[in-house]
Design a protein. Structure first.
Length: 274
């Protein structure tokens, strides 16, 4: 099912062959969310990883992953070689966050919208209108609470009608919707939908959603469509948690940082069977 989206890497490939992805988020107190997404994107194979933080005291380098290139939001907007962008992890809801979201929604670049980006869209109708009018690939990754706000509904109703809710969001916003939770639903505005069967309760911990955003963003940078990246991303995300639990590293205490390393292993295993 996933092998067509994972072509083997040629021996003469270089980092430019595998796309560039940027992560925007990390307002005060939430820098970790953007770093987790960026690290996950790195471990999933994108050639260049950039991250821009809103926090005024954000680090100049990721000590754990110095391969990630940290930029200011302004400097990031001047890059010409981006192939996908993830916006939302730790973004906050400030006026600066709104301006950044407006700017990137108007760009002809594949986007993944997560967390506070989705909350801003649910609170500002003009942002939703820009999403609907986009021509480039757009993926949204709401949890049930965020989905409920976008649908002007309740989390309980979303949970009781998961497929219908995902399809409604996808159709309304003209996006690929990844409705997170047990049995994550990937729905496309054309009407296609899929339910993921991998994963376990170990994923119910802080940062795993940021890791998923980085995974999908990385896969889009490498040339996958939004729906392909969403399906593969949620599968390897859940499968990594399953392997960790089998090896005694969860579900209690399973961390997002452990998860992304196992995701890398699974993606390489899929590549090797292609």
């Amino acid at each position: 099912m996933f092998q067509p989206a994972l072509p083997p890497r040629k021996n003469d490939a270089h980092k430019g062959s595998f796309g560039s992805v940027a992560i925007i988020g990390g307002d005060a107190g939430m820098v970790g969310a953007a770093l987790l997404a960026a690290r996950a994107a790195l471990h999933c194979g994108a050639g260049r990883i950039y991250a821009a933080m809103l926090c005024k005291e954000s680090p100049g380098v990721d000590i754990c992953q110095p391969e990630i290139m940290l930029r200011s939001p302004i400097a990031l907007s001047q890059l010409s070689q981006l192939d996908s962008l993830v916006i939302g992890p730790g973004l906050g809801q400030s006026s600066v966050a709104i301006e950044l979201l407006e700017f990137w929604l108007a760009k002809d670049i594949p986007l993944l919208l997560d967390a506070d980006a989705l909350n801003l869209i649910s609170n500002h109708l003009h942002l939703a209108s820009i999403v609907i009018s986009r021509n480039a690939e757009t993926v949204i990754t709401p949890h049930p609470g965020e989905a409920a706000r976008l649908l002007d509904s309740t989390a309980e109703h979303v949970q009781q009608n998961r497929t219908e809710s995902a399809l409604r969001l996808a159709n309304t916003l003209r996006v690929t919707c990844v409705l997170k939770g047990a049995g994550t639903v990937c729905a496309h505005y054309a009407g296609d939908w899929f339910v993921n069967t991998s994963g376990n309760a170990g994923l119910a911990s802080g940062g795993t959603g940021d890791v998923l955003s980085g995974i999908i963003g990385s896969l889009m940078a490498q040339g996958l469509t939004g729906l392909q990246a969403a399906k593969l991303g949620v599968y390897v995300h859940g499968a990594a948690a399953d392997v960790l639990v089998e090896n005694g590293k969860g579900p209690v205490g399973l961390t997002a940082s452990e998860l992304m390393l196992e995701v890398r292993t699974i993606i390489n295993q899929l590549n090797n069977t292609n």
